[in-house]
Design a protein around this ligand. Structure first.
Ligand code: NAG
Ligand code: NAG
Ligand code: NAG
Ligand code: NAG
Ligand code: NAG
Ligand code: NAG
Length: 242
């Protein structure tokens, strides 16, 4: 974590960052704030390009778009996280276009002997919207959920390896992925949440997201061919309650 702060300070100094989400607590699989490789206009890229002669992958559109963990393979340097769930701090504004963003947080569970979780299909918070200060970058701003719970129907033990996946949906609907690999531990063994590592910046706010029946919203059946403004009626944003 402390090394990460230095890295973030360095990255913050780079003006042309191609990027979106940084997990600042409990850790990060690795820096995936990259776009590299040959422009898609030259190569007709499918997103991840692979050079068999060197073994290099390149990401002409940017790494974070790649499911499930933004192009970074699973790591062995896991961070300890409380067995009943713990904190999560994220910087959501590392690229332009995120004056509004939706967030999903999931876990994937490594059963003993598995090399990676078979899926990332266990949501641990309801999806929510972050309202940023502007539509250009705001990399230093963060939000923090001090206590994420575990799904009620899972009873995970100390020593279990899990991966926490943070997904940010851009305003056009595409998804950005970042992960941290964790080992569940007794809370006394975990780096505690403090006012230094768990911050809600004053320039961010939150909206809860839910849907309602289109009939309840409009009193009439709605055609998906209707104008876009009618389509968004189904997505209603209310006051925050994480
Ligand atoms: C694990 O190691 C990688 C590579 O050195 C580093 O980028 C990453 O931040 C480390 N993760 C943690 C949680 O320390
Ligand atoms: C692109 O960046 C990723 C992440 O840093 C790296 O693993 C990969 O080797 C890079 N590819 C090229 C072609 O530079
Ligand atoms: C959890 O991951 C660590 C590091 O990758 C590994 O040494 C350990 O054996 C794993 N634990 C289990 C229960 O698979
Ligand atoms: C997802 O992974 C869990 C283990 O973490 C497993 O129990 C479950 O069956 C998997 N679900 C699907 C749909 O593959
Ligand atoms: C940040 O705001 C969210 C939403 O109001 C809240 O759940 C969370 O506890 C806050 N975090 C801190 C560190 O106060
Ligand atoms: C846990 O409960 C959720 C919500 O009820 C359900 O969607 C999910 O399939 C359940 N998972 C397992 C592994 O039973």
């Amino acid at each position: 974590m402390y090394r990460l702060s230095g890295l973030l300070a360095t990255l913050a100094a780079i003006a042309t960052v191609q990027a979106h989400t940084v997990i600042t607590y409990p850790g990060w699989r690795g820096n995936n704030l990259h776009a590299n490789g040959t422009s898609p206009t030259q190569t007709g890229s499918i997103g991840i390009d692979y050079d068999p002669s060197t073994g290099d992958a390149s990401f002409p559109y940017g790494m974070q778009w790649m499911y499930p963990c933004g192009g970074v393979p699973i790591t062995q340097n896991r961070t300890k996280w409380p067995v009943h769930g713990g904190g999560l701090a994220v910087q959501p504004g590392w690229f332009q276009g995120h004056s509004l963003a939706l967030f999903y947080v999931n876990i994937g569970i490594n059963e003993p002997g598995m090399n990676a979780p078979p899926n990332m299909s266990h949501p641990v918070v309801p999806p929510f919207q972050v309202v940023g200060p502007r539509n250009t970058e705001y990399p230093g701003s963060s939000f923090c959920i001090p206590q994420i719970g575990m799904p009620a129907n899972l009873s995970l033990q100390i020593g279990t390896n899990i991966t926490l996946q943070v997904i940010e949906l851009a305003q056009h609907g595409a998804a950005l992925y970042s992960c941290v690999d964790l080992t569940l531990a007794d809370p006394s063994e975990v780096e505690p949440i403090t006012p230094q590592n768990c911050i809600n910046s004053t320039d961010l706010s939150f909206n809860l997201m839910y849907t309602m029946s289109e009939k309840a919203a409009t009193g009439a059946a709605m055609s998906l061919r209707a104008a876009p403004v009618a389509v968004v009626l189904g997505l209603v944003v209310a006051a925050l309650l994480l």
